[in-house]
Design a binder for this molecule. Structure first.
Ligand code: CMP
Length: 139
């Protein structure tokens, strides 16, 4: 399987960022059931990115491939004309398209300049897969 040949890259982070990301992953309904080692590996592999106020982070209907944790600033979630909510730092977003292999369920727009941590589908799925393989080889 090609996922076993993917090299995972660790990105260095401050202790504050490490805690913010772990807390965000553990508070997310879909991520909190992962194993502690998977949460740590996802955190290690997240890379930093920034966007300016007004930028579209996620477009509803697109094929999505990145999961984010917001570190600084705020984003707005909208679906069609409807405003769903505002997301503040320490929250995960963009997880649904990857977990359910569907298109983006909503649009996410930067209300301020924002700082994000991101992980792409390939890294995310590799982490899921590897833990499964390791578990399997223990038997
Ligand atoms: P995804 O569908 O990948 O991309 C859009 C993201 O917006 C989605 O993942 C969720 O993280 C977020 N989102 C979608 N609907 C809601 C909602 N009702 N409340 C909060 N966040 C949402």
């Amino acid at each position: 399987n090609q996922l076993t040949h993917v090299t995972l890259t660790n990105y260095s982070k401050s202790e504050e960022s490490r805690e913010l990301i772990q807390k965000a992953l553990l508070e997310n309904d879909f991520m909190k059931h992962l194993e502690a080692s998977q949460i740590l590996t996802i955190m290690d592999c997240m890379y930093p990115t920034t966007l300016a106020q007004g930028c579209c982070v996620i477009q509803e209907g697109d094929d999505g491939s990145t999961v984010y944790v917001l570190e600084e600033g705020s984003v707005e979630v909208t679906k069609g004309e409807q405003k769903l909510c505002t997301i503040e730092p320490g929250k995960v977003f963009g997880e649904l398209a990857i977990l359910y292999n569907c298109t983006r369920t909503a649009t996410v727009t930067a209300l301020t300049d924002i700082k994000l941590w991101a992980i792409d589908r390939q890294g995310f799925q590799t982490i899921m897969m590897r833990t499964g393989l390791l578990k399997h080889s223990n038997y």
